[in-house]
Design a protein around this ligand. Structure first.
Ligand SMILES: C[S@@+](CC[C@H](N)C(=O)[O-])C[C@H]1O[C@@H](n2cnc3c(N)ncnc32)[C@H](O)[C@@H]1O
Length: 279
């Protein structure tokens, strides 16, 4: 018992484990995630519906979305952005490894008679000869990735950009980092049964990596017959550190905002949204 508790409370090496696949594809958890995505008032898996509507309106104006504009949405989930962008006439590709979300997205496209290309795969491995006018990675999805994985993504984005193409993405800011605190909690059926169908004990350990500005939420789920972990990493950025990372990968941050709905930049905002181009 002592050894098990020690293990549960152990701080792992930075980005030592990548468990995103489990978080988004586990049969039970992905069902709960889809409910969150589709609940217009829930901002946990996707942003709330009002925000997505104003975000798409801003994207439409800023990137002149219309017929013939080629868009790739990485981590498209159940298609809340892809569907709206396709309704505006854009040629949209959505990439996501959640089987359940892609199934839902495809069914929605059929229902609305929208021609959207959905690819059910890990976006770190996505390859194509196509080029895109706009590449999106929305809801801080660069942040759970290790520096090596982020390099893979930014290199990929650069090679997929059409001439004059843009990348639009958002990341969590240092303002948000300052508000995070280390903690250790445990609860029977932690988060109201979010983690498993049957009975379990759930531990959540939050660790801050001060030098690197990374936070880990480590979940240990103890079921009757098995114990398993999910590691949710989040890299927080300043405008300088994210701009440098783009520059190191042949990209230039051309514009920055407080969110992907075009809110003017503020150092006190919880997020930073960027428009980047090839350098
Ligand atoms: C926070 S959700 C955001 C969904 C969508 N962008 C939105 O704002 O509504 C993150 C999405 O990225 C997907 N995802 C995370 N890591 C991925 C990976 N390595 N490859 C493909 N999809 C991934 C998840 O399945 C999930 O649908």
């Amino acid at each position: 018992m002592y050894e098990q508790l020690k293990d549960i409370n152990k701080r792992p090496g930075l980005f030592e484990f990548y468990t995103a696949e489990r978080l988004w594809n586990d049969e039970h958890i992905s069902g709960r995630m889809l409910e969150y995505h589709l609940d217009s008032a829930n901002g946990l898996a996707s942003r709330k519906e009002n925000f997505i509507n104003s975000s798409v309106k801003w994207i439409q104006a800023r990137f002149r979305i219309g017929a013939g504009v080629r868009i790739a949405d990485f981590g498209c989930g159940p298609g809340l952005y892809t569907t709206r962008l396709a309704r505006l006439g854009a040629e949209v590709t959505g990439i996501d490894f959640s089987r359940r979300s892609i199934r839902y997205a495809r069914e929605s496209a059929v229902r609305e008679n929208l021609k959207i290309k959905y690819l059910n795969q890990n976006y770190l491995e996505f390859e194509t000869d196509e080029k895109f006018d706009l590449i999106c990675l929305i809801f801080d999805d660069l942040c759970p990735l290790s520096p090596g994985q982020r390099k893979t993504m930014l290199t990929k984005f650069r090679s997929l950009l059409a001439d004059n193409g843009c990348i639009l993405l958002d990341v969590v800011s240092l303002k948000s980092y300052a508000e995070r605190q280390e903690c250790a909690v445990y609860e029977r059926r932690l988060h109201d049964g979010f983690w498993a169908q049957g009975d379990y004990y759930g531990f959540m350990n939050t660790f801050k990596y001060e030098n690197e500005k990374v936070v880990l939420d480590k979940y240990t789920i103890v079921e009757a017959d098995k114990t398993w972990q999910v590691y949710n990493w989040l890299q927080y950025f300043s405008l300088e550190s994210i701009s440098r990372e783009f520059e190191n990968n042949g990209l230039r941050v051309a514009e920055y905002y407080s969110d992907v709905a075009g809110e003017p930049y503020s150092e006190n905002a919880p997020e930073i949204a960027l428009v980047a181009v090839k350098n």
